[in-house]
Design a protein around this ligand. Structure first.
Ligand code: ZN
Length: 357
């Protein structure tokens, strides 16, 4: 019974956060302050009263109009509040109620069934909810004006680095609790099984951990992993934008996408970010087709696809992780594979350019 109340509470908090995200989405691209002035009607400039500023409810009661002058507010405000509320509730349901990462439970099955979740689960969910909110803002800004505000991605990267100090792999386990196992005979190294499923920083920077980070679980490991993630995110996207730009002979991708991946890397580490880039191709094709038919423009924002790819990868890492581990921790293979992918990328875009002529 308590579980339903938690889901409702998380939904309400999400809608309230969405209300704040709306302010960020409408003000940041214009370089305005987030805190001052308070919310106003864009038409009559009248301050919106507190009781008309309730998420979701006020929009429904006033039918999306200003109480003072009757001007219509964009439906986007309502959609962002609803999507953030549902996103928070969905994330909470999957990560805490269903526990898809299989976070360890020191409280006992009965307590969890009654809705008394361990504090570590709440912290893990909260950390991911922050990432979700940041991705929501950058996606909406990218959809709205083809721009990813650097204030958001830099703040997000700082939050990710800060969190990494507390959520190092194999958090929330101590290294002694984590059970080692071998997954790859070619390049055997010991992954604590529990760490593989933690989902916050699902993997360390490298395995086996270098001497100066052993035995792991300390803030140094977390920070090193987050920095590696941020660097991997930004360099991967910048390299691809550069090569695709050379191949196509015109700008292929905004550098805001590189900042987005840098931010995500600071939260998740480098491996999920690299995999998420490839996963993003799936929502990318769907959004691309939709945007070409609906907007008739040639420019397609990539930010929302990256956000969907990142969240999907993060939530399914327990299933994806074991399959990609042999590749991602095999240094020789990576040294061959990375340049090969880069050359392939350049050739592919160059052929596209020839085909367009
Ligand atoms: Zn008004």
């Amino acid at each position: 019974m308590l579980v339903y109340w938690w889901i409702l509470l998380v939904f309400v908090i999400g809608a309230a956060v969405g209300s704040f995200l709306n302010v960020a989405i409408s003000r940041l691209p214009l370089e305005k302050s987030l805190l001052w002035p308070s919310s106003r009607c864009g038409n009559c400039l009248q301050t919106i009263r507190c009781y008309d500023n309730l998420p979701l409810l006020s929009y429904l009661r006033l039918r999306g109009r200003c109480r003072n002058c009757g001007a219509r507010f964009s439906i986007r405000y309502f959609i962002v509040e609803l999507a953030t509320g549902l996103g928070f509730a969905g994330l909470f349901y999957l990560e805490v109620v269903v526990n898809i990462h299989e976070w360890p439970n020191q409280r006992g099955a009965w307590a969890v069934q009654q809705g008394f979740f361990p504090i570590e689960w709440w912290l893990g969910f909260g950390y991911h909810a922050i990432l979700f909110s940041l991705l929501m803002v950058v996606s909406m800004c990218d959809l709205d004006c083809f721009e990813i505000p650097i204030q958001v991605t830099l703040t997000g990267a700082a939050l990710g680095l800060l969190g990494s100090l507390f959520f190092a792999w194999p958090w929330p386990w101590t290294p002694a609790q984590a059970v080692p196992f071998n997954v790859n005979m070619l390049n055997p190294w010991q992954v604590p099984q529990a760490g593989l499923k933690a989902g916050l920083q699902p993997w360390p920077l490298w395995g086996p951990l270098p001497q100066w980070l052993a035995p792991g679980g300390n803030w140094q490991t977390g920070l090193a992993t987050a920095i590696a993630g941020g660097l991997a995110g930004t360099f991967l996207l910048r390299a691809i934008a550069f090569l695709a730009g050379k191949g196509l002979g015109k700008e292929a991708m905004g550098l805001g996408d590189a900042d987005l991946m840098m931010m995500a890397g600071c939260f998740l580490g480098w491996q999920p970010v690299v995999i998420a880039f490839f996963v993003s191709a799936v929502p990318g094709l769907v959004f691309g087709a939709l945007s070409l038919t609906l907007r008739k423009g040639s420019e397609i924002p990539f930010g929302p696809s990256l956000a969907v790819g990142l969240l999907g990868t993060m939530l399914s890492w327990r299933w994806i992780g074991p399959y990609v581990q042999p590749i991602l921790f095999w240094d020789t293979l990576l040294l061959i594979l990375a340049p090969a992918c880069m050359i392939f990328m350049f050739v592919l875009t160059f052929l596209l350019r020839l085909a367009q002529r």
